[in-house]
Design a protein around this ligand. Sequence first.
Ligand code: ADP
Ligand code: MG
Length: 152
Amino acid sequence: MPALTTNSPSETRALGVELGKTLSTGDLVCLEGDLGAGKTTFVQGLARGWGSTDRVTSPTFVLVNEYRRTDGARMYHLDAYRLSGPAEAEDLDIDTLLATGPLVVEWPDRIRTALPDPSVTVRFTDLGGDQRKIVVWSDGSDGSDGSDRSDP
Ligand code: ADP
Ligand code: MG
């Protein structure tokens, strides 16, 4: 997927909706980028596209937010910003979360060794004002230009 530029929070949410429609149990989505780059805004779209109308907020006091769908399914949203490292993530039992729903992780680099390989990675860059660059890549592609290197 090529790099995209959004010009408003609602455009970023709309991209999230499209990815959210494709998510299922066991999918790990890693969201990279600085504070304020748009990760949590994107998750609002992800949850909606996946099928939850629950309010999406930044997981701060609880590390993992849960969003529910009317069929009882759950999606998990983890913010690793305040975690000191992978050891702390082990308490969260990531395998159990992934066994019961999709998992979205902000600041994945904080806990990288505690995470399996992501299904999808999204990188956000603040271009100033309301512009955000958003690059999405999936397992086996490197994200440098959006092309999939694993395909010969
Ligand atoms: P993060 O989770 O990466 O720290 P947030 O999504 O919480 O970022 O915050 C992004 C902030 O930037 C919000 O205040 C949002 O309204 C604002 N914003 C402005 N333009 C955009 C855009 N194009 N996409 C996403 N957020 C934007
Ligand atoms: Mg956030």
